[in-house]
Write a protein that binds this ligand. Structure first.
Ligand code: HXC
Length: 257
């Protein structure tokens, strides 16, 4: 892995992925995205890992897709390269991914953060979809996920002017879970990961899948989907353990079975 640092057991049950192309502000070239896809696939299959934290560095989470790599491409080159298959695979990760964002999260970087399930931001984080300034537009979900997160007015302004959104505004608008001082953002994301890692990993995956379903279906379909996943948790030992532990007034021990 040239552009990632992956630590499957950063903390018990918690994997850490760090985007590691600092000189280019973690610009997401095809190789980096391929490595990220492979890392997530492998962590998703690792039964010891329950939650994944994705981060960059203090200056940049990621400043977007690699403009230098894309600049000369034709539409047919872009079509043939088919980079979004990689993004689609990342989207299929079943375990929760928490983005720990500091500095720039722009273009594909903002889209990658939004593809994660939760975002912890440092006070210096800046979110933006500045593609319009280089003659193009968001292509990895920016017009869709940003609009759902912050509403049409803000999304429209950001997408049409390229204006950045501060961490504080992103919090007010509902784009991030919380904003903490720069020295604490990774720690805070790991803390959230630890909370989730204590739960049944089966229930966590089914619950993540159900929340995401809310974006793809009408209410009745979503409710039916949720109900099936709810029933499915009753096929796990973890559900029996969780409810028995409650009745016995002790802490549950979830094993992911
Ligand atoms: C390639 C990038 C890059 C990018 C920064 N760099 N962003 N290289 N692709 N997206 C490189 C710069 O060229 C420079 O390298 C180095 O990183 C440091 O950047 P500077 O510009 O010198 O830093 P600064 O003056 O602090 O400005 C930071 C910045 C600016 C505001 C983030 O770099 C910027 O505007 N970057 C582009 C942001 C952007 O437009 N993102 C959207 C990309 S399109 P050198 O070697 O030149 O000094 C996109 C489409 C997604 O994401 C579609 C789906 C995947």
């Amino acid at each position: 892995m040239d552009y990632l640092k992956v630590t499957p057991n950063h903390l018990p049950h918690i994997a850490l992925i760090q985007l590691n192309r600092p000189k280019e502000l973690n610009a997401l070239n095809l190789q980096l995205m391929g490595e990220l896809r492979d890392a997530l696939r492998s962590l998703d299959a690792d039964t010891d890992v329950r939650v994944i934290v994705l981060t960059g560095n203090e200056r940049a989470f990621a400043a977007g897709a690699d403009i230098k790599e894309m600049a000369g491409r034709t539409a047919i080159d872009m079509f043939n390269v088919d980079q979004f298959t990689t993004w689609d695979t990342i989207k299929k990760t079943k375990k929760p991914i928490i983005a720990a964002v500091s500095g720039f999260a722009l273009g594909g970087g903002c889209e990658l953060a939004m593809l994660c399930d939760m975002i912890i931001a440092s006070e210096s984080a800046q979110f933006g979809q500045p593609e319009i300034k280089i003659g193009t537009m968001p292509g990895a979900g920016g017009t869709q996920r940003l609009t759902r997160a912050v509403g049409k007015q803000w999304a429209m302004e950001m997408v049409l002017t390229g204006q950045f959104m501060s961490a504080e505004k992103a919090y007010q608008a509902g784009l991030v879970n919380r904003v903490v001082p720069v020295e604490l953002y990774l720690q805070e994301a790991l803390k959230l990961a630890q909370q989730i890692a204590q739960m049944s990993p089966i229930a966590v995956k089914l619950a993540k899948e159900s929340v995401l379903q809310a974006f793809n279906s009408h209410l009745d379909e979503g409710l039916a989907f949720e109900r099936k996943n709810f029933y499915l948790t009753f096929a796990s030992n973890d559900q029996k353990e969780g409810m028995t532990a409650f009745v016995e007034k002790r802490a549950p021990r979830f094993e992911g079975k």
